[in-house]
Design a protein around this ligand. Sequence first.
Ligand SMILES: NC(=O)c1ccc[n+]([C@@H]2O[C@H](COP(=O)([O-])OP(=O)(O)OC[C@H]3O[C@@H](n4cnc5c(N)ncnc54)[C@H](O)[C@@H]3O)[C@@H](O)[C@H]2O)c1
Length: 474
Amino acid sequence: MSMTRRGFLGSAVWAGAAAVTGGCATRAGCGGPEGSPMHGYAAPKIPCIRLGVVGMGSRGCGVVGRMCNLPGVVVTAICDNVKDKIDKAQKMLAGKGKPAAKEYFGEVAWRALCDDPNVDVVYNTTPWALHVPVQLAAMKGGKHVFTEVPSALTVDECWELVETSERTKRHCMQLENCCYGEIEMLTFNLAKLGMLGELVHAEGAYIHDLRHMCATEVPACEGWRFDENRVHGGNRYPTHGLVPLCLTFDINRGDRLDYLVSLESNQVNFTAYMEANLKADNPRRASKVRMADMNSTLIKTAKGKSMLIQHDVSSPRPYSRIQLVTGTKGSICDYPYRVVFESKPGSGAHSWYDEAKANEIREKYRHPLWKTVGELAKRVGGHGGMDFIMDARWVYCLQQGLPLDMDVYDLAATSCLCELTERSVDAKSRAESIPDFTRGAWRTNKPLGIVDIDLSKMGVDAKKVGAAEGQITV
Ligand SMILES: NC(=O)c1ccc[n+]([C@@H]2O[C@H](COP(=O)([O-])OP(=O)(O)OC[C@H]3O[C@@H](n4cnc5c(N)ncnc54)[C@H](O)[C@@H]3O)[C@@H](O)[C@H]2O)c1
């Protein structure tokens, strides 16, 4: 894609002001729709949230199970194009003593759900190709919308989501659960406390051997994800590694992602796996997979920080999101969790702390949100609890009328890497500019603080919180 159509749109007063004071950092930077910025936006309180879930697969069923633990949330509508999946979700609700949800069954039934007056919030757990259509319909139908990762696949789609959110004043948040992982939040806390010093560099990844789910005779995830990987290069799943780092580095709130270069390896592992595991007449065996085994993307921020983001879903390699952050006073890393600080400036840090010292730091500086909800979250399950913490937090914000932790600009700045990494790879790792979706407001937007939840305000009875079924791996 060349110049986006957003570059030529007329500017709104606020966008124009931001452009004048901040300078137009990108080709789209001077544009802007009618509407107003969504950063820091607090919608009117919704004490009882009526939830519509679209896509009742692995993720969607997990959501229904988790939501049954949160007072003030009622699943009023569910949608899928496979009737069995709707039935399964209804059974789950009944099993928890909840009323049946209204059913929306069919290929485009999500459109009607997005117009349902008994739905306040749409939770979008569909395959990637449906993410943007559902989000746009939800916002235009007056609903806040929360969407699985990546929430968009192209730069133009990202702009459309930004503009629609600004125009409709509806939240459009990407459900990046990894931002609520224990070590990710510990890292954020240490950074905010200044213990890592000035942040310099970060590394994140999605390294997850998914061949057993995708490249099999009958793919576990219906094949849609494998089909995406078959025709696209670059990093098609950048957000798990990247978004938590963006929050820690105040991206869109004092800094912004400026440009990237992306490079990839050969594709060997999917092919070898299919040859070894699929029957000779399976057409998948003959299909070429475009997605490289390893994609590495380097990002430079406007303030000069660097990030390395990797993607590998086909190598025989243990799961990792890396989550390395280096600052002038110390470093932290996950998989496994390690940490070290300089004892005094210039003293150096030549090896990580031993396990006992690292665990002491983990306990002492645990993020307040993890202190409040961590034990409950582990009981509910779902990626070690981070799914529940994420949901509990946005529910709390909507019920209390608070701004959300992440907004549509975070969604856009990170999801746009799907297209930009592929473009860079296809052009021998040419540098690609990352649009400034905030149109200059990143310079003055307030950083995310240390957030928490008051469980008593939510009416959560810890004794009644139980495990949710249908949880799967990240
Ligand atoms: N955040 C995480 O940790 C995490 C983990 C896994 C998956 N995901 C994301 O969650 C999303 C869903 O993944 P999944 O593993 O649950 O996939 P899935 O294939 O199990 O579920 C998708 C569901 O959408 C339904 N669907 C397809 N077309 C539809 C249509 N036209 N109308 C209504 N429903 C339709 C399917 O029938 C299926 O039930 C993806 O975006 C994926 O990337 C996120």
